[in-house]
Design a protein around this ligand. Structure first.
Ligand SMILES: Cc1cc2nc3c(=O)[nH]c(=O)nc-3n(C[C@H](O)[C@H](O)[C@H](O)COP(=O)(O)O)c2cc1C
Length: 245
């Protein structure tokens, strides 16, 4: 898109009620998908989704994201080695700082979504085999036919948090666009816990830092976890209004 296009589009910011309703439905309808049909996703469809995603805002329009779209043998090799290393107790190897464990309200929310998923899947608290099976699914990126590894320019490491913010924006646009195209996604760290494996198999250049992955494919409508809704705090819990009186 050229600057001229942007100027011509400038009056489009006021959308109609129908558009607002569609956006509301999209934001409320999207949820993480953890069970996929095996059908491949056409490259053209993925390109449409990515063309939407890259419209995300970024700091100073730096667009630091690098999106590696994986499928087939490469992805299967990553799944297999990631799973095998994680099962063997190998230490997690990520390229960004991650929380060792959450505490307080963050832990409560983590437990809440886990309980909802286990309930939907009929996994009892004491059923260690079923719980392990669920964890292993995560290490395989839930067997999705596509995984988009999200990386960023390593030269931006000194301002990592800013680049991370930009990646969040592009990933949210990506998952919403995917949903609008009938595709499900789950943003996941589990599938790239062994970042060196991802880097080697996907041939990710050394001047990029691997941040996260987004598994993608057509949702399996019979997979019960796909129906799970995660909870959200209310606006009054997360926002305060200053100077409105
Ligand atoms: C950075 C990030 C990492 C995530 N990693 C995982 C993961 O490893 N496994 C998983 O099942 N879900 C993962 N999720 C999905 C979250 O659990 C999910 O987005 C959250 O529970 C809200 O649910 P929703 O996406 O259905 O709205 C991740 C989400 C984000 C944003």
């Amino acid at each position: 898109m050229s600057t001229d296009d942007l100027v011509q589009d400038q009056d489009l910011h006021a959308l109609g009620e129908g558009d607002r309703a569609s956006l509301r439905d999209l934001l409320r309808g999207r949820r993480s998908i953890r069970g996929y049909r095996p059908d491949p996703v056409p490259q053209g469809l993925i390109r449409e989704v990515l063309a939407d995603a890259v419209l995300a805002p970024s700091s100073m329009n730096t667009q630091p994201w690098k999106l590696h779209v994986l499928t087939g043998d490469v992805l299967d090799r990553i799944r297999a080695e990631n799973s095998q290393l994680m099962l063997s107790g190998a230490p997690v190897q990520r390229e960004i700082e991650v929380a060792e464990k959450y505490e307080g309200v963050h832990r409560d929310r983590q437990v809440d979504i886990a309980k909802r998923l286990f309930a939907a899947m009929g996994i009892a608290r004491e059923d260690n085999d079923a719980r392990l099976d669920w964890t292993m699914r995560g290490f395989r990126q839930f067997d999705a036919p596509v995984s988009i590894v999200v990386a960023f320019d390593r030269s931006l490491e000194p301002i990592g948090p800013v680049a991370h913010f930009d990646l969040g924006a592009v990933v949210h646009a990506l998952v919403l666009s995917a949903w609008s195209h009938g595709l499900g996604t789950v943003i996941n760290s589990q599938g790239i816990m062994q970042a060196a494996v991802v880097r080697r198999e996907a041939q990710i250049p050394d001047d990029q830092t691997i941040f996260t992955a987004v598994a993608m494919g057509f949702p399996d409508p019979d997979f019960q976890a796909n129906l799970v809704r995660s909870a959200r705090e209310s606006v009054d819990d997360v926002a305060r209004f200053v100077g409105f009186d």
